[in-house]
Write a protein that binds this ligand. Structure first.
Ligand SMILES: Nc1ncnc2c1ncn2[C@@H]1O[C@H](COP(=O)(O)OP(=O)(O)OP(=O)(O)O)[C@@H](O)[C@H]1O
Ligand SMILES: [Mg+2]
Length: 452
């Protein structure tokens, strides 16, 4: 039987949800549930229900707050509000905020189904329009393990506020994805999200990158530059690899966080900006603070809320879902017929420790999709994917194609040269006679890090 539609029930009372769920599943609806408005925020984004049945009074964020958040972000899912006695005033505010209808609690079966029928029909139409427009969707944060579930819930809770968030976790665990998701679920979703990779910008340029500069304020400043903080006005700035910022830049960033003011290089005046700050790092910041490489006051400012992305080896139960998702993406991208993974191949992945986390898993899947021509992927060569394996000579000559060989050779060469120059990018670039910008690009592209 085809489902009548997807509905999300939002109510903090388990018993109420059960009553409504029973009616709806009986009528052929696919039902999802959320125990508060934050969980609803995440659920609406993930399960894209055709309609939402919403309780008004809930701890944390109430129903009205949820509707306002959705409408501000341009999410137009139809909402049917359930009201108890004395909620009439809030109910009419909900209608003004964009709810479709409201019903008394507990709802009568016939009235409930009628209201939902209309709402779901509208929701389906909206879905069809979105599909036709083919709007680019936010990449999903996958995984149903407890740790990923908790992470998603924390994201939904912190997103609506403008609290500064610090995301910590190993390389390739999805820190950037988390940052984007926080922005996407926040009331700022339609404003800019601006990422700054603090590790990839040379020390002498980072200030003007962040804060902008006036024309002629230093040699090479041939035109005025708008800083990233100003570009992110009303939206979110994402300070990626924040642990790699110099102490000098840290002082300036601290000032923005404290006073909301930026000063473009050479401008001599300050300007107020309204920007939400999200930062990420795979360094242990408390240790960096102890070692004197990171300002303690900045650390405290950034770490109002700390989210931790778990290493993949701690939630291997998510591997199959990730593999499936990455496989279908890769098949589309590389124009391959859909592929299946055999039990044996999946078992192989289940016990692999994934030092490069989800990014490594993605690479393994992509490689398999490109290299293996059969519809079934029966096994993978895991040794090849290990980070740093490319630096070994043996790995080098084991390259299956010329392009792959060149890539591995270049990577190994750059790592060695960077090590020789103590990871001083300027010195390395000079020594190997390549523009510094080129070297930065390669470092970023190969994901080279000091630990390598
Ligand atoms: N839970 C997840 N679900 C789906 N894709 C994921 C997940 N976690 C990570 N990815 C994917 O893995 C890749 C790496 O993620 P991301 O760039 O966010 O990691 P990171 O923690 O910022 O790594 P680094 O510290 O190296 O910058 C991306 O392609 C991302 O889309
Ligand atoms: Mg990252």
């Amino acid at each position: 039987m085809e489902i009548a539609g997807r509905v999300l029930i939002v109510d903090d009372d388990d018993a109420n949800r059960l009553v409504v769920r029973t009616i709806l599943t009986g009528a052929g609806y696919e039902v999802h549930e959320a125990g508060d408005a934050f969980a609803a925020l995440d659920g609406i984004d993930r399960d894209t229900p055709h309609a939402v049945l919403l309780d008004i009074k809930m701890p944390g964020m109430d129903g009205l707050g949820l509707i306002e958040n959705l409408r501000r972000r341009g999410v137009d899912v139809p909402v049917v509000v359930l009201t108890g006695h004395g909620d009439e005033f809030t109910a009419s505010s909900c209608l003004k905020a964009g709810a479709d209808a409201f019903l008394d609690k507990p709802p009568e079966r016939a009235k409930l189904l009628l209201a939902l029928q209309g709402a779901v029909a509208r929701g389906k139409l909206a879905e069809e329009n979105r599909r036709l427009k083919g709007g680019q969707e936010e990449p999903p944060l996958l995984g149903n393990s407890v740790s990923m579930h908790d992470l998603r819930e924390e994201i939904a809770r912190v997103a609506p506020s403008r609290a500064t968030v610090l995301i910590v976790g190993e390389s390739g665990t999805g820190k950037e994805l988390v940052a984007r998701r926080i922005h996407h679920l926040s009331p700022r979703a339609r404003e800019p999200f601006v990422r700054v990779n603090c590790a990839a910008i040379p020390e002498e340029l980072i200030e003007s990158e962040l804060f902008g500069h006036e024309k002629g304020s230093f040699t090479g400043a041939v035109r005025k530059q708008i800083g990233k903080f100003v570009q992110a006005e009303n939206g979110t700035i994402f300070l990626d690899e924040v642990g790699d910022m110099s102490l000098r830049t840290q002082a300036k960033v601290l000032r923005v966080l404290q006073d909301g003011e930026v000063e473009p290089v050479g401008a001599g005046v300050v300007r107020r900006v309204d920007v939400r700050v999200i930062a990420a790092t795979n360094k242990n910041l408390p240790e960096e603070v102890k070692a004197g490489r990171f300002r303690e006051d900045l650390y405290f400012r950034l770490s109002v809320v700390v989210l931790q992305t778990p290493p993949l080896r701690s939630h291997p139960e998510d591997i199959p879902a990730l593999v499936e998702h990455c496989t279908s993406e890769a098949c589309t991208e590389y124009n391959r017929r859909p592929k299946r993974w055999t039990r044996e191949a999946l078992d192989q992945l289940a016990v692999y420790p994934f030092p490069g986390n989800v990014r490594e898993l993605k690479n393994i899947v992509e490689r398999a999709v490109i290299m293996q021509l059969e519809d079934e992927i029966k096994g993978v060569d895991l040794l090849r994917s290990a980070p740093g394996a490319g630096a070994e000579d043996e790995g080098l000559f084991g390259a299956p194609t010329l392009a792959e060989f060149q890539e591995r050779a270049e990577r190994a060469y750059l790592v060695r040269q960077l090590q020789r120059h103590n990871w001083n990018v300027a010195a390395t670039a000079r020594a190997i006679n390549t523009p510094r910008s080129n070297l930065y690009k390669k470092i970023e592209a190969y994901g080279l890090k000091r630990e390598d």
